[in-house]
Design a protein around this ligand. Structure first.
Ligand SMILES: Nc1ncnc2c1ncn2[C@@H]1O[C@H](COP(=O)(O)OP(=O)(O)O)[C@@H](O)[C@H]1O
Ligand SMILES: [Mg+2]
Length: 368
């Protein structure tokens, strides 16, 4: 699959188009020497690209819907209806436990991508999803959420504090109950997929082993055995489906809960570009052999942009992400949605403020 850098990014604002190694790439004029070059992804229809630019001032950053018990997560706003939860996926882009930017259509892509995967994986474990009354909204069965994030990994990679590579590079060979041999390089494929769970904390997730999960009473041994096996099966299924689309599903995280009947269900999101890292399969081996980073279609480039300019874990104020990078990220989200689901992304009506549209759709669905 060829998808990156077929079409140069437009030159505007603080960014311009440059050429590197014969390929045209988007580079940032300010601090260009230390900027990661971000290639403009192709294959997104021009009308969608145009809509992304227009939608920048109609992003869904906050919600205040006429529904009870609002709770704001990093990306989702949830409203608790008792037996059900209304989950609004916003356009907020978070990383390093911080809000980095609002990305046009991101919430819609995440919500609709997750819905597609919930349905595709229902033969492995049932999901909590009931309906999507709006492109950005899911109604789910309310579950008692296990306070654990089930992180599944197929590769030795990552740059955050809880990443496998970060720990391995620092000398760790045991991580969350898994052992890793000496001599691994960044981005190597693991001999087998692993689960590296973290606690599901308000501010910062912490790695934990299955033994500690049971000892601390976060789950029973039986729950851990059932859920971890389901997580690995969903991950393997996701990798196989991704491979059929020319993608490597590198790593991901799942959340599970129990509904009122005690049924274990997968909740929140599945294999979205927010919860997962995807690389392009056809260039992985050659690039890895040459010591280059894999071509990715995820938010890593935005993370790197912040990492190179500030300490995103400590600084009180972060620099503002350039519009060009935000629009590029939006295109990648849309690209991934279309590639995975095989369905064209439906541009919403941009004339209506997104919050108004959501309220109208919730009314139509009899939810408020
Ligand atoms: N079906 C469900 N039942 C109960 N809680 C859910 C369900 N689906 C998702 N949640 C919770 O809703 C919240 C969604 O917000 P999000 O921004 O994704 O959270 P976080 O900040 O924890 O990443 C999470 O706390 C998630 O655990
Ligand atoms: Mg979440």
């Amino acid at each position: 699959m060829q998808s990156l850098a077929k079409r140069p990014a437009r030159c505007s604002g603080k960014a311009c188009v440059g050429a590197a190694n014969g390929r045209r790439v988007l580079v940032l004029r300010a601090q260009a020497a230390s900027s990661p070059a971000v290639e403009s992804i192709s294959g997104v229809r021009p009308e969608v690209v145009e809509a992304i630019a227009k939608a920048q001032n109609n992003c869904l950053t906050a919600t205040d819907l006429p529904l009870p018990n609002r709770r704001q997560g990093k990306v989702r706003d949830t409203y608790d209806l008792g037996d059900r939860v209304v989950i609004v996926t916003t356009d907020r882009q978070s990383a390093f436990d911080r809000l980095l930017a609002s990305v046009p259509f991101k919430g819609q892509v995440l919500n609709q991508t997750a819905a597609w995967w919930f349905s595709a994986t229902s033969h492995i474990v049932p999901s909590a999803l009931l309906t999507l009354p709006d492109p950005n909204v899911a109604v789910m069965k309310k579950c008692r959420v296990f306070p654990v994030e089930f992180v599944c990994r197929g590769f030795m990679t990552g740059s955050t504090d809880t990443s496998l590579w970060t720990h391995y590079k620092a000398g760790a060979r045991q991580y969350c109950g898994n052992s890793f041999p000496d001599g691994m390089r960044k981005n190597d494929r693991l001999v087998a997929n692993v689960i590296t769970p973290t606690t599901k904390a308000e501010d910062h997730d912490v790695p934990i082993s299955p033994k500690e999960i049971v000892e601390q009473g976060l789950m029973t041994q039986e729950e851990w055995d059932t859920v971890s096996a389901a997580a690995l099966r969903i991950f393997q299924f996701g990798q196989e489906e991704a491979a059929r689309r020319g993608l490597l599903l590198v790593d991901t995280k799942y959340e599970f809960g129990k509904d009122a009947d005690g049924t274990i269900r997968i909740i929140d999101e599945v294999h979205t570009p927010d919860s997962s890292r995807y690389w392009l399969a056809d260039t992985y081996a050659a690039r890895h052999a040459a010591g280059l980073e894999p071509e990715n279609i995820d938010k890593e480039f935005l993370r790197l942009w912040f990492r190179q300019r500030c300490d995103p874990y400590k600084d009180a104020v972060l620099p503002e992400a350039p519009a060009e990078l935000v629009c590029e990220l939006s295109k990648r989200y849309v690209y991934l949605y279309e590639r995975i689901t095989g369905q064209p992304f439906q541009v919403p009506d941009l004339a209506t403020p997104v919050n108004e549209r959501i309220v109208a759709n919730l009314r139509k669905a009899g939810l408020c």
